[in-house]
Design a protein around this ligand. Structure first.
Ligand code: SAM
Length: 446
């Protein structure tokens, strides 16, 4: 077992030990396939990040100077699932030895929690792969907990392979890039998605199992904090077979699914559910006046989704307070259009419009729009409501529609489920061509 790379250890002028954890490297986790998009976005001149070591779904970049561990590592873009500062890799054949190295090297960093997760080995939903389900990560996290307890480190209870660490906490990241190579990094948890290991929310597989869209709806709401309330009316365009409607019903909402295809029979027997079996563009738009929220997951081009939803939102009879749109990408080349989608929805009068490629998305991303500006609110009122530095979120200009006052937020609970996926032997062979495990400038994903 070898420590392959580490930042140069040194003390500050006053013996400040924390300086030794300053690093010029950052890591970014994304869906497999998003690497080129991300590289292009982060390396556009005059941006200072230069590509370094990378693997599918895992990228590192070098910054011109070393940065403090608990500073923000990278700007927000929809394609980064999670990110942080990167210290280097621990490589070995034997997990216990690698854990010893981890503890010896990083115990003195003032972290409060550990996120330990495995890099995605597939696109979510392909070959039964789902992010966050890793028996290997669960097992390693258990062993790390035990070892920390044995050495008397009170932080042993804060080691997560799944789950949610504290908001505002300092997190040590252990990224299992392959079983014999772990990358070590850290990040401050300033947003809810940064409290989930690898940026993957801990979601259960529901019973009955209807579709993956159950997770997409749950993650969209957990990430965005959309203030859904029991009893609210929600409509989903593109609702069949009905995983998202199932999740919305479980939150106590009254749900209408719009889809020419059949809904799962389980849904048809649920109180609070109705099915409009038709195509959304052909419908009379006044029929949407009773809804507070609109979800859309129709498998059509994003321009078609936006056209359909715009007609509904702009109709004077309707007063939608929030949208959750799944915008499909026919190819990764279209990913750069995300900003024009965001701007278009903002022009309809929503105060906040945010975009993220959810962990449970496939070749698509999620756009959430909410909080129409209360009548008479000034631009400075708006600014206060926005989290600064969130590049994936903008305020709208003038609201062209009637608005409703924001209601109190209800948090949506996320429960963990037992890990389900055994670690793949394919991963064991996923070593890089250089065999160094270090931060290799210019090394492209394979
Ligand atoms: C990805 S599936 C939706 C999954 C669904 N949200 C769930 O929770 O299971 C896409 C659906 O969009 C529907 N669809 C496509 N065009 C539509 C339209 N114009 N209006 C309504 N539904 C449409 C298709 O029939 C298909 O069932």
């Amino acid at each position: 077992m070898v420590l392959v790379h580490s930042t140069t250890w040194e003390s500050g002028p006053n013996g400040d030990e924390s300086v030794k954890f300053f690093s010029p490297f950052v890591f970014a986790i994304c869906q497999q396939g998003a690497e080129s998009t991300l590289k292009q976005q982060l390396q556009q001149p005059p941006l200072p990040w230069k590509l370094s070591f990378s693997r599918p779904g895992f990228l590192t970049f070098k910054y011109p100077v070393r940065m403090a561990p608990w500073s923000e590592a990278l700007p927000q873009t929809p394609w980064i699932r999670t990110s942080g500062h990167a210290f280097g890799a621990i490589e070995g054949e034997e997990a216990l030895g690698m854990l010893e190295q981890l503890i010896a090297q990083y115990r003195e960093l003032d972290w409060e929690a550990v996120h330990l997760w495995e890099r995605d080995c597939e696109v979510p939903g392909d070959r039964r792969f789902e992010p966050g389900e890793s028996l290997l990560a669960e097992d390693l996290a258990g062993k790390l907990r035990e070892r920390l307890k044995e050495v008397g480190d009170p932080r042993h209870e804060q080691v997560f392979a799944r789950g949610t660490s504290s908001l505002g906490g300092r997190v040590l990241d252990v990224i299992v890039v392959s079983p014999d190579r772990w990358w070590i990094g850290c990040h401050p948890s300033m947003r809810v998605e940064e409290t989930w290991p690898g940026g993957v929310p801990p979601l259960e597989r529901p019973v009955p199992w209807i579709s993956r869209a159950y997770w997409k709806a749950a993650e969209a709401v957990a990430w965005s904090g959309l203030p859904l309330q029991a009893g609210d009316r929600v409509v989903e365009l593109g609702s069949a077979p009905g995983g998202a409607c199932q999740w919305l019903l479980q939150q106590g909402l009254k749900v209408t699914g719009v889809d020419p295809a059949e809904m799962d029979p389980w849904l048809l027997h649920q109180k609070g559910f109705e099915h409009w079996r038709e195509r959304s563009p052909a419908m009379n738009k006044e029929r949407f006046s009773k809804f507070r929220w609109l979800f859309c997951d129709a498998n059509v081009a994003s321009s078609y989704t936006l056209e359909t939803v715009e007609r509904i939102v702009r109709h004077p009879a309707n007063h939608l307070e929030g949208l959750v749109l799944t915008l499909k990408l026919a190819s990764w080349d279209l990913a750069e259009d995300w900003e024009s989608c965001r701007d278009r929805v903002a022009s309809w009068g929503f105060q906040r419009v945010r975009c993220r490629q959810l962990a449970f998305n496939r070749l698509e991303f999620c756009l959430v729009a909410d909080q129409p500006r209360p009548a008479g609110a000034s631009p400075s009122d708006l600014e206060e409501g926005l989290s600064k530095g969130d590049a994936a979120m903008i305020p709208a200009n003038e609201s062209p529609r009637g608005t409703l006052a924001p209601r109190p937020t209800r948090s949506v609970s996320l429960r963990t489920k037992p890990a389900g996926r055994p670690f793949s032997p394919e991963d064991a062979g996923a070593r890089d061509a250089h065999g160094s495990g270090g931060i290799d400038a210019g090394n492209e994903p394979q």
